[in-house]
Design a protein around this ligand. Sequence first.
Ligand code: ZN
Length: 249
Amino acid sequence: MPAQKTQAIVIRTFPLGEFHKIITFYTPDFGKVKAIAHGVKSAKSRLGGSLELLNHGTLLFNHREHRELQSITDFSLINGFDAIRTDFTCITYGCYFAELVDAIASEGAANPEIFDLLQSTYQFLAQATDVPLLARTFELKFLDCAGYGPQLSRCAYCSALLAGKLLAFSVRHGGILCENCEYRDTSTVSLLPGSCELLKMLRTSELKGLNRIRASERNHRELKRALGHFIEYHTERRLKSLRFIERTL
Ligand SMILES: [Zn+2]
């Protein structure tokens, strides 16, 4: 296939020897693209500065199917999200979103919704008044786009309507279990009905509407736990950047 042109966000960079880097991009047209940037660490490299983590740009590359590493022809910067980089909390969460996409999204599968979500989240991040709430929103919307979204409106096992003072969120069954099915999973996460309503609200809310949503400390704790377990189940590991957030923020 000839040279391809697509928008892309840098979601991972990895040094290769003294001068090269392996870059993972997320693109709307090809999903994840892993490519080698030759000589990018040398002072003379034209691409050097533009291939920083989280940068959004136009990528030109030679697309070879079934090849593990593509070859970058050009990357011209559209947005470096400078407002994120000057704030420790924002850049830390920004790296987490990139790692999450890298861990779950697949190569070669077009998913423009994931690209739009990542790009609009980076655009909004520095204006968010509650960054952890934005993180939960990103997690939920991303899981939806990737086809793993949890069932929140009805029982994930028998489809019954949900009732009760505490709801049982089951990672294994992919959502809330009703009172009759709760026994099927002994390691559910308890959610107040209000936390479940909040999740449903985050799922459909536009990012700019998030600054009007208030969440209690308990809501925060429950959402973080439920979505955290859910993501760990699908990635089969605890993400490095999430551990860093827990230790430092
Ligand atoms: Zn049920």
